[in-house]
Design a protein around this ligand. Structure first.
Ligand code: NOJ
Length: 840
């Protein structure tokens, strides 16, 4: 097709010309000040009242972390003792409270996406939020929309949701609402283009710089920024900027991404915190839109800081205007009030650095040994939700001759280390940094301790006992003699295998965060082939962080069923048993594409770079995952959105109604001038360490010692210190962009019928073709989960918004609806779309 060849031709010329190497990021100043719009008015008012009474030092304290391991949480801001304000506790992770005990370990983000259920996404967020709240956490460091998942090898994709921006956008919005309804600030991360782990940070002498993700403005808007617009629209209180560079400017001091895109165009009202030590400058990052620095010190235990005392000095000598400091603090406190922290807050009752009851309050300095853990049990009844999500996120990829569900099999053999417990316990490896036993989360900071982990072997054995099935199990993936013996003659052989990945600070089995390949770990592929060579009813269960190559498994005649269970959290075994035995009818659809070969994706992690600063060129533009497979005409093993059920569904009766919301008006006018709150005492002597003050070593303070620098360079970016009224952006003006982007342009409905004989849930999906020569063939825009009894029909409805049918126009810097004919498709996967109609 013409459009696909044009798209790939564009990508090809980009490579040939090296057009993205050295791409630059346009300056955008001043940093937009908060205005209290988008449902933030009340919080803004309360924050103003609070901030107005603060001194310079107190304001600085709220912006700056106290240093690594100088407080109970992974991130701790300074406090305001005068007002009994203890400072803020920021804690990982996107799947539960990290580094503590008596908390739940939830299914990973990728599993939440696989449910395609807004109810489950929100409930998961709410349950995680309430656990953070009850541990005393102010800011939960999640959810994740970056990485989006450009390449399946990307180590942290599983912390997020899906390489599709709409599925991720819906999931992040629901999760944020759930977390914040529980009274905790959600921190959407990592902003932005943090799509791989290799060289995310400088690793001198090899690389002096982090990689730069180089991309064009259209790809930014139509793909990577899209879910962050949903995060802002959902009212996210915080956003974490990332380690990498974007178009050769660090994400923590990139005025284009922070000032222009996030705070101006998306009208983000909350605060931006850095990823841990992602900040690399003091004044420049402040002027570029950073509001909080974490962990506060310049590097791990460096004992110095870019802000703290340096921010105090920069305000005192006029380099950073008061309005910019006030804006940082008022944004932080507005987020605090917006989620009701003034009512929900309890003192922090855990310590990230020890699980013992007693420990140091300042562990990095070995100071103040006292009680630091109160072992508060915050799990509530979340196990039931975790089990439900585990079942609802398990994708049934293959099911031949009704191999599943199982019904009291006479004999069952369960094979594979991945079905079994880690002999050292589920938390034996810190931050889950190993692949031993069943895999229920990846590794890195995006983890939580398991309170317990039900392995598949435990749950399946219990089921077998109930059914009086004969049960054998083998955990050694290399002991093929034992495997042969176990599976020979078994009515069903269930073989488990996994593939792991995580954050780049840990290397597991040679994988530095990102995966080195798309094969199964621990001899998994050979194990499956061996079992299937013997047993004609082999069922494969995969616990993988994302796609693996399954073409041989798919085509194997003795493999009767394949299930992808992802990273299901603590109830793993119960959840997979529910699905295998039909207590739960699978509803999940794969939130990513399964290619037949690694090359099929057309994108990959870059493991080494020929130059420094390393250039990571996003030459494929918006063509990642299914957009690429469709454009390049590549048949996947399983397409995006695919998933079987124990019943079947049909689609009929497509109806398209055109709405008339009126024309799209660009936002115009000027902002008000930057406000300031309270007065600043500019006498440097008053900002010095109080006499006799006993400082904790390496703790980051706001006090200055001695004279502050004067006679400064005056080459700060143009307008960066300017607090006068500024023109509004045409595409901005409201949370998530111009409010008319969310007008309903068409209402589409279709009838979905359960045509089988068991109750089931169908995920109806709506895709749109924007019709232009450089547009993807189709793009997901909406979905819903419909629960249907046998024979029952329900109406699926989706309201197509203006954003849904627009392209980003780089010249007018606004969204436009092109003149190309647009088509809507409805069906059960990205390649099974029986209904279509023109959007006239
Ligand atoms: C670095 C990770 O990138 C981020 O996701 C995490 O929240 C912080 N470390 C704190 O642990």
């Amino acid at each position: 097709m013409l459009w696909s060849s044009i798209a790939s031709f564009a990508a090809l010329t980009a490579v040939v010309n090296g057009q993205y190497d050295g791409e630059t990021s346009p300056p955008s100043y001043p940093s937009p000040w908060m205005r209290g719009g988008n449902g933030w008015a009340d919080a803004y008012q309360k924050a103003q009242a609070f901030v107005s009474q603060l001194t310079l030092l107190e304001k600085v304290n709220l912006t700056t972390g106290v240093g690594w391991e100088e407080g109970p949480c992974v991130g701790n801001t300074g406090s305001i003792p005068r007002l009994n304000f203890p400072g803020l506790c920021l804690q990982d992770s996107p799947l539960g409270v990290r580094d503590t005990d008596l908390n739940s370990a939830f299914p990973a983000g990728v599993n939440a996406a696989a449910t395609w259920s807004t109810r489950l996404m929100k409930s998961r967020g709410n349950a995680m939020g309430s656990e953070h709240r009850d541990k005393g956490v102010d800011v939960q460091l999640g959810p994740v929309a970056g990485p989006l998942g450009r390449s399946p090898e990307g180590g942290r994709n599983w912390e997020g949701f899906s390489p599709d921006p709409v599925l991720t956008g819906v999931a992040i919005g629901q999760t944020i609402q759930g977390i914040q309804d529980a009274g905790v600030i959600a921190c959407a991360k990592h902003f932005i283009m943090n799509e791989q782990e290799h060289v995310r940070s400088a690793t001198p002498p090899e690389y002096e710089f982090s990689y730069s993700s180089n991309l064009d403005d259209k790809t930014m808007h139509e793909l990577y920024l899209w879910p962050f617009a949903d995060a802002v629209r959902a009212g996210a209180g915080a956003i974490m900027c990332s380690y990498n560079q974007v178009n050769n400017s660090y994400a923590s001091q990139n005025s284009w991404t922070l000032n222009y895109l996030l705070k101006n165009e998306l009208d983000f009202q909350g605060f931006v915190t850095s990823d841990w030590w992602a900040q690399l400058t003091g004044v420049a990052s402040a002027l570029a839109g950073l509001d909080m620095t974490m962990a506060g010190d310049q590097g791990l235990n460096s004992g110095d800081t870019y802000w703290g005392s340096n921010l105090t000095a920069a305000v005192l000598n006029g380099t950073i205007p008061q309005w910019r400091l006030d804006d940082m603090v008022v944004r932080i406190m507005s987020a605090y009030y917006k989620v009701g922290r003034d009512k929900t807050s309890v003192p922090v009752n855990f310590n990230s650095w020890t699980l013992e009851t007693d420990g140091y309050r300042f562990p990095e300095s070995n100071e103040d040994f006292t009680q630091v853990n109160w072992h508060v049990n915050v799990q509530d009844d979340h196990a039931a939700l975790i089990r439900e999500i585990g079942g609802a996120s398990t994708v049934l990829l293959k099911n031949v001759n009704k191999a599943l569900p199982l019904n009291k099999p006479k004999s069952i053999a369960v094979i594979g280390e991945d079905a079994h417990d880690n002999p050292g316990g589920p938390n034996a490896c810190g931050d889950r940094g190993c692949d031993i036993g069943t895999l229920a989360m990846g590794w890195g900071s995006g983890t939580a301790n398991f309170p317990y982990l039900i392995s598949p072997n435990t749950a399946l054995k219990a089921q077998a006992a109930d059914d009086k099935s004969q049960y054998v199990n083998v955990s050694n993936n290399y002991d093929f003699d034992a495997v042969t013996k176990a599976v020979t003659g078994a009515e069903v052989a269930i073989v488990f295998a996994n593939a792991d990945s995580g954050e780049g600070y840990l290397t597991i089995d040679g994988n530095e965060g990102d995966r080195n390949n798309l094969t199964l770990w621990q001899n998994g592929d050979a194990l499956i082939a061996h079992v299937a060579s013997i047993n004609p009813n082999t069922i494969v269960v995969l616990h993988t962080v994302g796609a693996v190559i399954v073409e041989a498994i798919k085509n194997h005649p003795n493999i009767t069923a394949i299930l992808w269970a992802g990273l299901p959290g603590q109830e793993s075994g119960n959840a997979i048993t529910d699905v295998l035995y039909g207590k739960v009818n699978p509803q999940a659809k794969t939130p990513f594409t399964w290619g037949k070969a690694r090359e099929d994706w057309g994108t990959d992690v870059m493991y080494t770079f020929p130059s420094d600063p390393p250039q990571l060129n996003f030459v494929e533009g918006v063509f990642i995952d299914y957009r690429h497979f469709d454009a390049a005409g590549i048949e996947p093993s399983y397409e995006f959105g695919f998933g079987l059920s124990y019943t079947t569904f049909s689609y009929s009766n497509l109806k398209i109604t055109k709405n008339n919301p009126g024309p799209y008006e660009p936002t115009t006018g000027m902002t008000s001038p930057a406000p300031t709150f309270g007065t600043i005492d500019y006498n440097p002597a008053h900002a010095e360490f109080p006499p006799g003050f006993s400082a904790v070593p390496r703790y980051v303070y706001p006090y200055i010692s001695g004279p502050i620098p004067t006679n400064l360079p005056q080459n700060w970016p143009a307008h960066s210190q300017d607090g006068s009224p500024q023109p509004k952006l045409a595409a901005g003006g409201s949370g998530g962009g111009n409010r008319q982007l969310y007008d309903t342009m068409y209402t589409v409905s279709a009838t979905v019928t359960n045509t089988g004989n068991v109750k089931g849930t169908e995920i109806a999906q709506l895709y749109i073709s924007l019709g232009g020569p450089t547009d993807p063939k189709i793009q997901l825009r909406g979905f819903d989960d419909l629960i249907l009894d046998p024979g029952e029909s329900e109406t699926f409805t989706y309201e197509i918004t203006r954003r849904d049918i627009s392209n980003w126009d780089t010249v007018s810097q606004n969204w436009v609806v092109s003149a190309y004919p647009k088509t809507v498709y409805v069906g059960g996967s990205s390649r099974d779309l029986p209904l279509s109609g023109a959007l006239g």
